[in-house]
Design a protein around this ligand. Sequence first.
Ligand SMILES: [Zn+2]
Length: 237
Amino acid sequence: MVCKRCESKECIKNGKVRCLQRYLCKNCNYNFVKGDRRTTAGIQAKKACCVMLYSIGKISVNMIAKLFDMYRSLVYKWLNEAAVNFGEYEIRDDIEAIEFDEMWHFIGKKANKLWIIKAVDRSKHKTIAWVTGNRDTKTFRKLYKKLKHLKKCKFYTDDWEVFSKVLTKDRHVIGKEHTVTIEQDNSDTRHHLSRFTRKTKVVSKSENMVNTSLKLWQFLTENTTFKKFQSVFLSIF
Ligand SMILES: [Zn+2]
């Protein structure tokens, strides 16, 4: 038997209610009845709400856990599950202009900075890829690897020297005036995900969660993938 509240398997029988076997979770002390109100559709709807509230509703995991009376670990589990289920993001091969930029974030404590280097498709104003790590050449190379096959594309950056080290001259355009789209995109990211607001108390616990958040946001702000998500979501009600 799996606990409805925290998904722990440490559950024992605890008497009967309305002729149904009741269980007690030894992990979180929650009493529940098998099958009762816990329909698949209900759980699916709850999952969809969690993902939406978190990804584009700017609601923290803490708040969501409180709202649905769930363990935070279960909210995290659902968010990660959703991100994995979306699969790989498809990068169109006819993109002509990509802007690169870096933004920072904290992991665990304020002294521990994590850099996010993003690539934005200028014509669509859309984050198509990113990497997380240190603010160095090695990290940026990982991002470039995901995009260098785009033959028609030029890359626009500010004058951070790492960009010139990795990008070839004929495809690289440098200048603050060329990275307006991505600056806007960074501020969108901070606006939509409570995790990325500039508030000093918002600190991520793991790099994995930063990537999960960015991925959910990427897919749920894309029309086609949002429609897919919505059709699954609406079929529940
Ligand atoms: Zn429990």
